[in-house]
Design a protein around this ligand. Structure first.
Ligand code: R5P
Length: 289
């Protein structure tokens, strides 16, 4: 078994290798003057069971291309099997044709991974679980739920007074599973997306008055959804608000928005490289991978 890493999240790849008691394989990625990428494995892969760890974090296109080239190079170097380990699969957000003349990019990327030579995919918390079905090769779809449940259970005092909150309809199943696991009630915010970075909270279903609200979401990108949900919950009488997500992508204004928000703390797993701020916590999912 051989583990390699692209450039997007080497600390996670190292932690996964360490959890398995294996060294991280050596590879090189550079860019030519004309912006073309160049990748090369620095050791033999012949007949190896090769795992390539690459999160699709920004710059997504560079990281995706690097992953495709690493898969292609591994196949060309006679690896017996190549597994693309994609802890954060960003294109899962482009999962439907919800406007005319657009690309369902999640399916396109699934096809590209197969074309490059991937035999399997290992990923975590796809934006919508149906994206699993876009792949014609086997996919192992991990969930961060046990790690998130443990975070809330150990971090939140008086957990019995808490309520789990789905910040939009897409999160209802995830939130309901977490609520069941923690034996807590569930609330739900009806969210409308106004733009890539702005959302509107239209209504809140469920009783949050006097309770600690625990938001669960698949990812934080610009943190627009999160800060709106926090404000809605506090306006509705919640005592305090915690949030935990699988993918802390934290792009653009995200960290600043969280810093200014009355949210007590925000936790994200290390599928994306952690950002540094006293309100942010990192949950390790390397052992799950
Ligand atoms: C949206 O449907 C997802 O579940 C997340 O809520 C969303 O991706 C977060 O994006 P942002 O942080 O930019 O609001």
């Amino acid at each position: 078994l051989l583990i390699f890493s692209g450039q997007s999240n080497r600390p996670l790849a190292r932690a996964i290798a360490e959890a398995l008691g294996l060294p991280l394989g050596k590879s090189t990625t550079t860019k030519f003057a004309n912006d073309n990428l160049f990748v090369r494995f620095e050791e033999s892969l012949r007949e190896g069971d090769v795992f390539i760890v690459q999160s699709l974090t920004p710059p997504v296109q560079d990281h995706l291309m690097e992953l495709l080239m690493l898969i292609d190079a591994a196949k060309g170097a006679s690896a017996a099997r190549v597994t693309a380990v994609i802890p954060y699969f960003s294109y899962a957000r482009s999962d439907k044709k919800d406007a005319p003349r657009i690309s369902i990019a999640a399916r396109l990327v699934a096809d590209l991974l197969q074309t490059a030579g991937a035999d399997r995919v290992l990923t975590m918390t796809l934006h919508s679980p149906q994206v699993h079905g876009f792949f014609k090769i086997p996919v192992d779809h991990l969930s961060a739920e046990p790690v998130i449940a443990n975070y809330f259970a150990t971090r939140v005092e008086h957990l019995e007074e808490a309520v789990v909150v789905a910040p939009d309809a897409g999160d209802l199943k995830r939130a309901s599973a977490l609520a069941r696991r923690l034996a807590l009630p569930l609330a739900f915010i009806e969210k409308t997306r106004l733009s890539d970075t702005e959302v509107e909270a239209r209504s809140l279903v469920g009783d949050v008055r006097g309770k600690v609200a625990l938001i669960i979401d698949d990812e934080i990108s610009t943190a627009g959804s999160l800060v709106k949900a926090v404000d809605t919950l506090l306006e509705a009488g919640a005592k305090e608000v915690y949030a935990a997500v699988t993918h802390g992508v934290y792009v653009g204004p995200a960290v600043e928005r969280i810093a200014k928000s009355p949210v007590k703390e925000v936790a994200a797993t290390n599928t994306c490289p952690p950002k540094d701020h006293p309100k942010l916590r990192t949950l390790d999912v390397a052992p799950l991978f």
